[in-house]
Design a protein around this ligand. Structure first.
Ligand SMILES: Cc1ncc(COP(=O)(O)O)c(C=O)c1O
Length: 388
C-alpha cells in the first residue's frame, strides 16, 4: 500500500476536538482512546498537504474566492465517483453542511414548522432543528435481523399528520451505516413529491461505501426529484479536513436556490476561505488513489471489528455497515442504557464512543484509525465488559 494508514500519529495538543476537547465523559489529557466524533486519525492526502504548504509559504491570506479550476475539480469528482453531472449555477459553497442545513431550515420554513428526520438520528440534526425552533418529526427505522429498514407507512403518516415541510435524508446513514437502495430512495422521494415535501439530501458520507453497496445521488434518481432536492456534499469527511470547513451544496431549482442564497447573505456568509478552497480543489482533483487505498484499509478495519465482536465480545451485536466509517453496535444485552452505557465505557474502558438520539442501548464507534488503535480500544472494551 502506497500510503501508511498504520502510522499512529499523536494528535494531542493540536486543537483536535476528538483528542483535546473530549466532551461530556472525558478529561483533557487523560489516557482515553477517542473513537467518537467523526474525523479520522489519518493524515490528509499528500496533494492536500502540498497545496496548503504552497499557499502557507506564500504567506498572504487576503480575501479569496474560487474560480473555474475549483468548479472543474468538484464537478469532476461528482461525475466520476457518483455519476452526478452538475451545472455551475447549482453550486453554492458554504462553511460546512450543518451551517448550510441550518440556513436552509430558516430559508424554507417558519418557526414551529415540522421537519422530518429518521431515528436513530445524527444528533446535530436534532440540535439545529431545535435551535431554529422548528419541530422534530420522527420516522423510526426498524431493526430487523440485524439490518435497519424503513417503515414507509409510518414515513407517510408522519408527513401527513404533522404537515411536514422538509425531510432531512441522510445517505449513507450516520449512525446506522445503511446505504439506501434505489427502491428505498425512490419510495421516500415519491412520498415527498406527493405531499410537497422538500428534501435536504445530506450525502456527506457519499465516498464511504463498501462493496457491493453503491451510493446513489438522490436528486438524480428521477427527474422530478431534482427540483425538490438540495444535495449537501463536502470533501471534509472524505479527506479528513473538517478543520477546514467547506461544503458544496447543489440546488437545481432556481426558486429554492434564491431563497437559500438570500438567507446565507442575511447571515453574512459568502463562500469559503482560501485554505478551504485549495484543500477541496486539490483533494477532488488528485485524491482518487489515496481514497481508494483508504477504503481498502477501512474495509479491513471493518473485517477486524466484525471478527472481534463475533469472536471475543458476543455480548455486543455487530451491525454490518454498508457505508460510513462509523460502526453501530447493539449493546442492549449489557443491560445499560444511553448515558449510563456511554459513561461506563468511558470510565471503565477509557474508550470514548457516541450514543445517538432515539437509540437506547446502542453505541457508535469510529473505526477510521490505525489498526493498532482499534486493537487497543477493543482490548479495553473486552476487559470492561467482562467486569459487568
Ligand atoms: C450526516 C452528517 N452531516 C453533517 C456532518 C457535519 O458536517 P459539517 O462538518 O460539514 O458541518 C456530519 C458529521 O459527522 C454528518 O455525519
Amino acid at each position: 500500500m502506497a500510503y501508511n494508514f498504520d502510522e499512529v500519529i499523536d494528535r494531542t495538543n493540536t486543537n483536535s476536538v476528538k483528542y483535546d476537547f473530549p466532551g461530556r465523559y472525558g478529561l483533557p489529557g487523560y489516557n482515553y482512546v477517542p473513537l467518537w466524533i467523526a474525523d479520522m486519525d489519518f493524515r490528509s492526502p499528500p496533494c492536500v498537504h502540498d497545496a496548503l504548504t504552497e499557499r502557507v509559504d506564500h504567506g498572504i491570506f487576503g480575501y479569496s474566492d474560487s474560480d473555474d479550476t475549483y468548479f472543474c475539480a468538484v464537478s469532476g469528482w461528482m461525475e466520476k465517483r457518483h455519476g452526478f453531472t452538475i451545472e455551475p449555477e447549482w453550486l453554492v459553497k458554504t462553511q460546512g453542511v450543518i451551517p448550510a442545513i441550518s440556513a436552509i431550515l430558516c430559508a424554507l420554513t417558519k418557526q414551529n414548522d415540522s421537519i422530518l428526520i429518521q431515528y436513530p438520528s445524527y444528533n446535530m440534526f436534532n440540535r439545529i432543528i431545535e435551535k431554529t425552533k422548528r419541530k422534530i418529526v420522527k420516522n423510526a427505522l426498524v431493526l430487523e435481523d440485524g439490518k435497519y429498514k424503513i417503515d414507509f407507512a409510518d414515513f407517510e403518516k408522519q408527513i401527513v399528520r404533522n404537515g411536514v415541510k422538509l425531510f432531512i435524508l441522510c445517505n449513507p446513514y450516520n449512525p446506522v451505516g445503511r446505504v439506501w437502495t434505489a427502491e428505498e430512495l425512490t419510495q421516500m422521494g415519491d412520498i415527498c413529491l406527493k405531499h410537497g415535501v422538500v428534501v435536504i439530501a445530506d450525502e456527506i458520507h457519499q465516498d464511504f461505501v463498501f462493496a457491493p453497496h453503491k451510493h446513489l445521488v438522490f436528486a438524480k434518481l428521477k427527474p422530478a426529484f431534482e427540483n425538490i432536492t438540495i444535495t449537501c456534499t463536502a470533501p471534509t469527511k472524505t479527506f479528513n479536513i473538517s478543520g477546514l470547513p467547506i461544503s458544496n451544496i447543489f440546488i437545481v431549482d432556481e426558486d429554492l436556490r434564491e431563497k437559500i442564497t438570500e438567507e446565507l447573505s442575511m447571515r453574512g456568509q459568502f463562500g469559503a476561505g482560501v485554505l478551504e478552497i485549495l484543500a477541496c480543489q486539490a483533494a477532488y482533483a488528485n485524491g482518487d488513489k489515496w481514497l481508494d487505498s483508504l477504503l481498502q484499509y477501512l474495509a479491513e478495519n471493518i473485517a477486524y471489528s466484525r471478527n472481534f465482536f463475533h469472536g471475543k465480545l458476543p455480548e455486543i451485536d455487530f451491525i454490518e455497515p454498508e457505508g460510513t466509517y462509523l460502526l453501530w453496535l447493539d449493546c442492549r444485552k449489557l443491560g445499560l442504557w444511553a448515558k449510563e452505557l456511554e459513561a461506563y465505557i468511558a470510565d471503565e474502558a477509557q474508550v470514548l464512543l457516541n450514543r445517538a438520539p432515539g437509540a437506547e442501548g446502542f453505541l457508535r464507534i469510529n473505526i477510521a484509525c490505525p489498526r493498532a488503535t482499534l486493537e487497543k480500544a477493543y482490548l479495553r472494551l473486552a476487559q470492561a465488559i467482562k467486569k459487568l
